[in-house]
Write a protein that binds this ligand. Structure first.
Ligand SMILES: N[C@@H](CCC(=O)N[C@@H](CS)C(=O)NCC(=O)O)C(=O)O
Length: 216
């Protein structure tokens, strides 16, 4: 098995990869890298990932970025863990389509809540940026709600698509967004929290956060 070093920031989108690593039963070295403390912008980190983002998975010394690529890599590397549907080209592509949408359609919209000034720098525009983000997020959550209709998991069996959407619901609760219209999604969130792998990832992230806050 490859040697894996995993850079994550507590609560960030890297949680999807973190859950996947735990679900796979992978052996990896956690490297907490706190975005809000500028740790993804140091010269050392930028040498590994010039994009200055998490997640970053170093595989036998080679940096791999982007949740979509990392989740696919983990799925292929740990076939027994069944992280993504496999063996049927169309089912595999449908799962990748969902993951790609998480990365390119859902995440960037929610990023506006965390840094409205990066989207519009007109004076007093932050509330408008957030209001538009709330509208677009509601439309995305409605699609996720529909994807979970009558099912425990997005693709019937658990997959990393479930880990990805867990991140967004977690953000929504932290941001205080109204999630009452998404009962399937809410139940999915609770179901996810029952999984031992999710509990291990969350516990490690909470521990990393506490250590970083203490060091501040
Ligand atoms: N497209 C990337 C997005 C990665 C990303 O935006 N990560 C955020 C955390 S959720 C980050 O590292 N932000 C730090 C920064 O921009 O300084 C992926 O899906 O992996």
């Amino acid at each position: 098995m490859a040697k894996l070093d995993f850079h994550f920031s507590p609560g960030a989108c890297s949680l999807a990869t973190h859950i996947a690593l735990e679900e796979a039963g992978a052996t990896f070295t956690p490297k907490p890298t706190y975005t809000r403390k500028g740790q993804t912008r140091t010269p050392e980190y930028l040498a590994l990932n010039p994009k200055g983002k998490v997640p970053l998975l170093i595989v036998d010394g080679k940096p791999l970025t982007e949740n979509t690529a990392i989740l696919t890599f983990l799925s292929r590397s740990y076939p027994n863990a069944k992280l993504l549907p496999a063996g049927d080209a169309l089912k595999e592509a449908e799962a990748l389509s969902f993951i790609a949408w998480c990365a390119s359609g859902v995440h960037p919209v929610m990023s506006r809540f965390f840094g409205p000034q990066n989207f519009c720098d007109l004076p007093d525009s932050a509330d408008n940026v957030k209001a538009l983000a709330a509208k677009a997020t509601a439309a995305n959550f409605a699609l996720i709600e529909k994807a979970l209709e009558g099912k425990d998991w997005v693709f019937g069996e658990w997959s990393v698509a479930d880990a990805y959407i867990f991140v967004f619901y977690n953000w929504a609760t932290k941001l205080g967004l109204d999630v009452s219209q998404y009962p399937n999604y809410g139940k999915h969130f609770e179901r996810m929290k029952q999984r031992p792998a999710v509990q291990r990832a969350l516990a490690r992230e909470a521990e990393a956060l506490a250590a970083m806050d203490k060091a501040a």
